[in-house]
Ligand binder design. Structure first.
Ligand code: AMP
Length: 219
């Protein structure tokens, strides 16, 4: 399956993406993760992206489109993929259409995880991640067994630098202005699936599976 997962920052896209990746055995391609990795490795891409990410702004479209195009050339995407955090602007959506048509493939569905904006800030500011294995936690709702330590690999948890309240407010503004219009774009193509992102992680995943159920015999 070739899927996109969308939603405002803090909607729980990343958490659901990990479950979808395992269930459907497709690579999870997160542009945010790719940028963070590039920043960690101090590559040219990382240096270009850092200033934008630190402010909660979007990395320019041309840089992001090229990154995704190169990633989609990898062999592991032949059986499908889940794009997370891309596209984020209409120009990126147009670019993705061109990339997919060049590769002779098309999207099966666009999953939009929605949550009321009132709970988003709490969700993001309390979020902690494991920089080693990528597992996600929350200081109130999804605590690790030992405070500050990853259950899965024992690494020390961190707060993403762009998960502070000030930057989150900007990320939400950017989402409303630049990314939300994409929902109508994909709705008109008949690809949009709206999923209520409130409640238990597994229940939300069941909603996604149920909706995708009719699309793939393996589901
Ligand atoms: P995320 O991990 O998806 O929340 O992304 C973290 C940050 O990476 C965003 O706030 C942007 O600065 C940058 N970023 C991720 N994906 C994109 C994209 N498709 N276009 C532009 N910037 C992006």
């Amino acid at each position: 399956m070739r899927l996109l997962i969308m939603g405002p920052p803090g909607a729980g896209k990343g958490t659901q993406a990990v479950l979808i990746k395992e269930e459907y055995q497709i690579p999870h391609i997160s542009t945010g993760e790719m940028f963070r990795e590039a920043i960690g490795n101090n590559t040219c891409l990382g240096i270009k992206a850092k200033d934008y990410i630190d402010k909660g702004e979007l990395v320019p479209d041309d840089v992001t489109n090229e990154l995704v195009k190169e990633r989609l050339k990898h062999e592991d995407t032949k059986g499908g993929f889940l794009l997370d955090g891309y596209p984020r602007t209409l120009n990126q959506a147009f670019a993705l259409d061109i990339i997919l048509s060049e590769f002779g493939i098309f999207l099966d569905a666009v999953i939009n995880v929605y949550v009321p904006s009132s709970i988003i800030i709490d969700r993001i500011v309390g979020r902690r991640v494991c920089p080693s294995c990528g597992a996600g936690y929350h200081i109130k709702t999804l605590k690790p067994k030992v405070s500050g330590i990853c259950d899965a690999c024992g690494h020390k948890l961190i707060q993403r630098e762009d998960d502070t309240e000030e930057i989150v407010v900007n990320r939400l503004r950017v989402y409303e202005e630049r990314t939300k219009p994409l929902l109508e774009f994909y709705n008109q193509k008949g690809l949009l699936i709206n999923i209520d992102g409130n409640g238990d992680i597994i229940d939300i995943f069941k909603r996604i599976k149920h909706t995708l159920g009719g699309m793939n015999d393996n589901v």
